[in-house]
Write a protein that binds this ligand. Structure first.
Ligand SMILES: Cc1cc2nc3c(=O)[nH]c(=O)nc-3n(C[C@H](O)[C@H](O)[C@H](O)COP(=O)(O)O)c2cc1C
Length: 111
């Protein structure tokens, strides 16, 4: 592990406080890696959208990558690969939305 994400401590605090943590595993396989990851992304996005519908807050967590094997051991799933996690709960703060880029900065139209 060369570099640790600066979000790791705040992420660990969310995991400790959230009443629900969904662990997202994928089968260990060298096939369909891109397809699997796209599907997992769509699945997690849907979990977050549905949580919002239900009045819950969610945090999509990629920082589990630093302790993925340890978590897999803890839940007896070393046969699978931990991709990410989603914490669900009720927020105790309402931070302001972070600045957004203008569409023109991130889209290139090709004619
Ligand atoms: C794939 C992915 C992984 C993320 N992993 C983490 C994480 O480990 N810890 C964390 O605090 N936030 C994580 N986030 C949340 C982002 O930091 C950010 O809060 C979220 O995407 C909402 O962005 P916004 O605040 O600009 O609306 C992750 C988001 C995505 C899409």
């Amino acid at each position: 592990m060369d570099e640790i994400s600066s979000s790791i401590i705040p992420t660990a605090n969310v995991i400790k406080q959230a009443p629900i943590l969904i662990l997202v595993f994928k089968e260990k396989s060298n096939n369909l890696i891109v397809g699997d990851n796209l599907s997992i992304g769509a699945c997690v996005e849907n979990i977050c959208l549905r949580a919002t519908d239900l009045g819950l807050e969610s945090l999509w967590i990629g920082d589990t990558i630093y302790v993925a094997k340890k978590i897999a051991e803890l839940v007896n799933h070393i046969d699978m690969e931990l991709n990410c996690a989603v914490a669900l709960g009720y927020a105790d703060q309402t931070p302001k939305q972070r600045p957004r880029k203008h569409l023109a900065e991130i889209i290139e139209w090709v004619e």
